[in-house]
Design a protein around this ligand. Structure first.
Ligand code: GLU
Length: 466
C-alpha cells in the first residue's frame, strides 16, 4: 500500500499572501483532502530581517478565511513540529554535522567580492556562472587554521559532477539536470542561518511530506534539494511545479493588475467561495464548468489535470464567480454588507430584494442609499424617462399613493386610472422612485422604501415632468 499523502504549504511571512501563493496553498490542500491525507502548514521564517509577526498573523487569517484547515502547523503542533523554521535550528545543525562528517559539505571562506569576480570571469568566457570550487580544494590543516581564526564561513554542499539528477514532475513530467551545471551551493549562510533550499528540503523529509505543489520559480532548486536529501539518506517528496499566475498582459500578476493579494480581494468584499472557484481553475481544469462547492472542488481535483501553460488571472472571471457566490450566500454572510445602512431588523428583507443585483458590498451600499437615503435630483436617462411620463401620470400616482398601502395596490390604481401598462407604466415609475432605469424588482424595493421617501420622489418627479 502506498504511504498516506502528506502535503504542505510553506509560506515565508514577508508580506501579504499573494493570489498565486493562495492557489499553491489551495492545490496542496485539495490534493491532501482528495486523497484522505494530511495538510501541513510550515512557516518559513529563517529570513529574520524580512519575516514579521504581523505578516504571519495576516497570513494565518487569510488561510483560515479561505478555509484551508491544517492538520498540523501553527497552533496545532505535533511530534513533527515545531512548524516555524526559526524554531528548528537544532534539526538543521544535526543535518549539517552529518553532511560534513560524510564529506558532502565543506566550509567556504570566499568573500562576496571574490565570488563576484569568479562569476564575471566565467560569464566573460561564455560559461554559466557556478562556484569554482576554490574552498573545496583546501586541505584539512588550512581549514582548521581558518576555522580557529574565527573567519566566518558559509557551508557548501559538494556536488558530485558526473551524474544527472532526474525527477518526474507532477506537472511538467520528466526533468533532467546535469549535476555539473549546479556547482557547489551554499546550505548554511555565513551568519549561521540555513539557506532556503536546505531547510525546506530537510523539513519536508522530517515532516513526512510526500507531495509538494509549488511555483515553477522553484524548479531550479529541486535538483539541489534532491541531492541534499539523497546525501542525508532522507526520502524526497514528489514535486509538482505550477505555472505562474499572469495578468491579461502576460506579465506576472502584481498590484498593477488590480488586486493581487488575498487581503485586497477580501477588502473589496469578494467571498472566499468566489476566490476558490476561480483559483481552482487557474492552471487546473475541472471537468465541470459551473459552480463547485467545497465537496465538488475536492472530488474533482486531479494532478493529471494540472496544466503547464501560464495561468491567466482575469478580474472579470472573479466577478463572475462572485455573482454566483452572492447568489448562494447565506443571508448571514451578506448582512455585514448592509449593517448600519439598512434599518436594524430589515437587513434580511432588504437583501432578499436586492440580492440578484449585488456583486460587491459597494452595490449593496448603493441600493441601500436608493431605498433609504436622500437622492440628488434625478438626471440623465432617468430624468428623460420621468419627463416622458408626463405630469398627469405623477398626479395620479400621488393621489393613488395617498390612498393605498402597498406597491401592488399602487400599480393597479395607476393602471386603472391612466390606462397604461408595461414599460409605459413602469419606466417612469422606476425612474421617479430609484433614479435609475433598471435594478431590483420594483415591488420589493418599494415595499421597503419609507412612505415619506416614496411621496417626496413622486413629488419631485411631478415637478420634473411639468
Ligand atoms: N517558502 C517558499 C516560498 O514561499 C516555499 C517554497 C516551497 O513551497 O517549497 O516560496
Amino acid at each position: 500500500m502506498s504511504a498516506p499523502v502528506v502535503t504542505r504549504f510553506a509560506p515565508s511571512p514577508t508580506g501579504l499572501l499573494h493570489l498565486g501563493n493562495a492557489r499553491t496553498a489551495l492545490f496542496n490542500w485539495l490534493y491532501a483532502r482528495r486523497h484522505g491525507g494530511r495538510f501541513l502548514l510550515r512557516i518559513e521564517d529563517t529570513d529574520a530581517a524580512r519575516s514579521t509577526d504581523a505578516s504571519c498573523s495576516a497570513l494565518l487569517e487569510d488561510l483560515q478565511w479561505l478555509g484551508f484547515d491544517w492538520d498540523a502547523g501553527p497552533g496545532r503542533d505535533d511530534e513533527r513540529g515545531p512548524y516555524f523554521q526559526s524554531a528548528r535550528a537544532s534539526i538543521y545543525r544535526d543535518a549539517y554535522a552529518r553532511l560534513e562528517a560524510a564529506g558532502h559539505a565543506y566550509p567556504c571562506w570566499c568573500s562576496a567580492e571574490e565570488l563576484e569576480l569568479q562569476r564575471r570571469l566565467q560569464l566573460a568566457a561564455g560559461r554559466p556562472p557556478r562556484y569554482a570550487g576554490t574552498c573545496a580544494r583546501l586541505g584539512p590543516d588550512e581549514r582548521a587554521r581558518r576555522a580557529e581564526a574565527g573567519e566566518p564561513a558559509t557551508l557548501r554542499f559538494q556536488v558530485t559532477a558526473d551524474r544527472a539528477v532526474e525527477f518526474d514532475d507532477l506537472v511538467r513530467g520528466p526533468q533532467q539536470f546535469a549535476a555539473a551545471d549546479l556547482g557547489d551551493f551554499v546550505i548554511r549562510r555565513a551568519d549561521g542561518s540555513a539557506s532556503f533550499l536546505f531547510c525546506n528540503a530537510v523539513d519536508d523529509a522530517a515532516m513526512g511530506v510526500t507531495h509538494v505543489f509549488r511555483g515553477e520559480d522553484h524548479v531550479a532548486n529541486t535538483p539541489r534539494q534532491l541531492l541534499v536529501l539523497a546525501a542525508l539518506g532522507l526520502p524526497a517528496p514528489r514535486y509538482g511545479h505550477l505555472p505562474l499566475l499572469v495578468g491579461a498582459d502576460g506579465a506576472p500578476l502584481s498590484k498593477r493588475h488590480g488586486s493581487a493579494s488575498v487581503a485586497d480581494v477580501r477588502a473589496e468584499g469578494f467571498l472566499p467561495e468566489a476566490v476558490l472557484n476561480l483559483l481552482g481553475r487557474l492552471g487546473h481544469t475541472y471537468a465541470a464548468e459551473g459552480w463547485l462547492d467545497a465537496g465538488a472542488r475536492i472530488a474533482g481535483f486531479d494532478a493529471d489535470s494540472l496544466g503547464r501553460a501560464p495561468a491567466h488571472f482575469d478580474p472579470g472571471q472573479l466577478r463572475h464567480w462572485q455573482k454566483e457566490a452572492v447568489h448562494r450566500a447565506s443571508a448571514d454572510a451578506l448582512v455585514p454588507w448592509v449593517r448600519h445602512r439598512v434599518p436594524a431588523g430589515e437587513e434580511a428583507r432588504f437583501l432578499a430584494a436586492v440580492r440578484a443585483n449585488l456583486v460587491l458590498p459597494t452595490d449593496a451600499a448603493e441600493w441601500a442609499h436608493v431605498v433609504y437615503g436622500e437622492l440628488p435630483c434625478a438626471g440623465g436617462e432617468a430624468r428623460e424617462a420621468i419627463a416622458r411620463g408626463g405630469p398627469e401620470f405623477f398626479d395620479v400616482a400621488l393621489a393613488a399613493h395617498a390612498e393605498v398601502a402597498d406597491y401592488a395596490a399602487l400599480v393597479s390604481a395607476l393602471k386603472a386610472r391612466t390606462g397604461r401598462k408595461g414599460r409605459e407604466l413602469f419606466q417612469p415609475l422606476r425612474a421617479a422612485l430609484t433614479h435609475r432605469l433598471d435594478g431590483p424588482e420594483l415591488a420589493a424595493l418599494l415595499d421597503l422604501m419609507p412612505r415619506a421617501t416614496v411621496r417626496a420622489r413622486l413629488e419631485s418627479a411631478r415637478r420634473i415632468a411639468a
